[in-house]
Design a protein around this ligand. Structure first.
Ligand code: SF4
Length: 194
């Protein structure tokens, strides 16, 4: 069995933090050895936990709009890897979903990324991915300085409904960041394949 497939099977069998997951483990990931674009988000929400399809919700629609990636390319592991900070739905807190389980990224991310030899660009979607990979604190500053993080990483806000309020306060995002993002994604995926 190829390495990526064997790793996906291993992840699907993971029960490491089962005791802390109110809906039980259901890791939702997508990747293949040829994935060029990696999207590191937060954790599945309840809808994605039910369907098992990553980013199949309003946040996913908004992310596809920002990036300019059509659904066919988005769900093709030969092009796009979807690797959240927590692979399972963490449950609800007082103000929305709980954060991704802290055990998950240290346990799996290095092994997943090591299988992606064609990785060209990694989108860090939301503060959890940014503080883990860039060690930054302010999401707004990190996104505003998107060019400062090297060609390999591109930070974004999480595209939840709250991002609409954030975008109104930060109009430079749609004006400057979204066009640069689409360009970077198009180049990572190889021109007109989006
Ligand atoms: S969240 Fe991650 S570490 Fe926890 S059970 Fe799911 S796959 Fe395993």
């Amino acid at each position: 069995m190829p390495r990526a497939e064997a790793l996906i099977d291993e992840i699907r069998a993971c029960r490491v933090c089962a005791g802390a997951l109110p809906a039980g483990p259901r890791p939702v990931v997508q990747f293949g050895p040829a994935s060029r674009l990696v999207i590191i988000g937060q954790a599945p929400g309840s809808r994605v936990h039910e369907s098992g399809v990553p980013w199949q919700d309003d946040s996913g629609n908004r992310l596809r709009e920002w990036t300019g990636i059509g659904s066919a390319a988005f769900y093709d592991p030969a092009m796009v890897a979807l690797v959240p900070m927590g692979f399972c739905y963490p449950g609800k807190g007082r103000s929305g979903d709980l954060p991704p389980r802290p055990e998950c990224a240290p346990l799996w991310h290095d092994r997943v990324l090591a299988t992606l030899k064609d990785r060209r660009l990694t989108l860090l979607v939301g503060g959890h991915a940014q503080s883990y990979y860039l060690k930054t604190r302010s999401l707004t500053d990190t996104v505003r300085d998107f060019r400062a993080h090297g060609a390999g990483f591109f930070p974004l806000p999480h595209p939840s409904w709250r991002s609409g309020i954030w975008m109104k306060r930060n109009p430079w995002f749609e004006r400057d960041v979204v066009p640069a993002l689409r360009d970077a994604v198009r180049r990572a995926l190889g021109g007109d394949r989006t």
